[in-house]
Design a protein around this ligand. Structure first.
Ligand code: F6R
Length: 357
């Protein structure tokens, strides 16, 4: 069942090159993104796009929203489903509302979908389970091809959601006649290979876990797209290893959280976005000056002073980086949980599918 892996979570982490390739399959043709399921949508009629989801799927939505805004120049909003419902969302017939859910059965996400339909939005579900409630209720559906995810902590569903939401962002950009570089399309096709290469560095991430196993807290920092990635990194760490973790926008550190940093604190920094990597790296230096030990996941190749643990990610198009950095963050959480003897596949208090509000 676990194909020789000790746990479902590790098996599912290693399935990612394959399931990402499956999710891309048939969706790129002659340097164009093809999403036939959406071919009768006129994207020019929308003046706003909402992304709605819970938990890990919400983090994937944050990435999707970031990329969509950047490449299609559309106003985007992302909200957690349990908030969206009670927040007087501004929806009408000019709204595209996207609901992301692995199981397709999450109560709050389904209720949010019903609300968006009542308000006449065009609704699109990004789901993993064929025939799930969300895929039946939405006007349109795109399936991630992650296959069954058994471990409670989401890994391959998350990265395939990222892939699909990025495909969608570029598809909408294409439809709105925005420039989509051939290079991006080429690199998208190479993502399974990049992920496979990062997985070969598993022992490096297992080693980083030793820094976290005895900690009460961990601090994740990033900016822009990297902030969405660190939110997911922190969630993964807390849910499987029970190390309390928070994610901060790196620029906000000095507005409060840096008060917590003391000798020995662990800071996990993600800096993959070239235009702001240097700024995050300056924030790292501020934590090091207060005694923090840092793990840096970056594409920025200039020497970073005093950081002992730097992992270099492949230098791909910045909009694709959330997919790649997910792998080290998953493995750091996984090995921290293993070192602590946690039941990684079934963390306490959690259910795979949250069908109550
Ligand atoms: C965390 C995790 C949860 C789910 C959330 C939404 O690893 O799996 O945060 O992402 O409960 O679930 P779906 O995607 O099924 O709506």
């Amino acid at each position: 069942k676990k194909d020789g892996y000790d746990t479902f979570m590790l098996k599912e982490i290693h399935e990612q090159p394959h399931v990402i390739a499956e999710t891309l399959r048939g969706r790129i043709h002659q340097q164009h993104i093809v999403l036939d399921e959406l071919k009768d949508i006129d994207f020019s009629k929308f003046n706003k796009v909402y992304f709605v989801a819970c938990g890990t799927a919400y983090h994937a939505s944050l990435c999707g929203a970031h990329v969509l805004k950047k490449v299609a120049h559309l106003p985007v909003l992302s909200e957690v489903a349990s908030e969206f419902r009670y927040n007087d969302p501004l929806i009408d017939e000019k709204t595209l509302a996207i609901f992301v859910s692995q199981s397709g059965e999450t109560a709050d996400t389904l209720a949010a979908l019903r609300l968006a339909k009542e308000k006449k939005a065009t609704t699109l579900a990004v789901a993993n389970v064929l025939g799930s409630t969300i895929s039946r209720d939405a006007d349109y559906v795109l399936y991630t091809c992650a296959g069954p995810e058994i471990a409670v902590a989401s890994t391959k569903a998350y990265t395939t959601q990222l892939v699909l939401l990025i495909l969608l962002a570029y598809y909408i950009a294409q439809n709105l006649n925005q420039d989509v570089h051939d290079d991006v399309i080429k690199q998208l096709q190479l993502i399974p290979q990049y992920v496979d290469n990062i997985l070969k560095d598993e022992p490096v991430f297992a080693q980083y876990a030793h820094m976290l196993k005895d900690m009460h807290d961990a601090y994740f920092i990033g900016r822009n797209l990297d902030y969405a990635s660190v939110l997911e990194g922190a969630l993964k760490l807390k849910e499987v290893s029970y190390v309390h973790a928070d994610a901060y926008v790196a620029g906000e550190l000095k507005h409060g959280p840096i008060a917590l940093i003391e000798d020995g604190s662990v800071v996990i920094a993600v800096a993959t976005q070239p235009h702001i990597a240097q700024k995050t790296i300056s924030n790292i230096q501020e934590t090091i000056a207060r005694g923090a030990r840092v793990i840096l996941l970056t594409t920025h190749h200039e020497e970073v002073k005093n950081v002992q643990n730097t992992y270099y990610l492949p230098d791909v198009e910045p909009t694709l980086q959330a997919i790649l950095v997910a792998i080290p963050l998953q493995l750091i959480a996984y090995y921290t949980a293993c070192l602590k003897g946690c039941d990684v596949d079934k963390p306490r208090n959690l259910a795979k599918s949250v069908t109550v509000e």
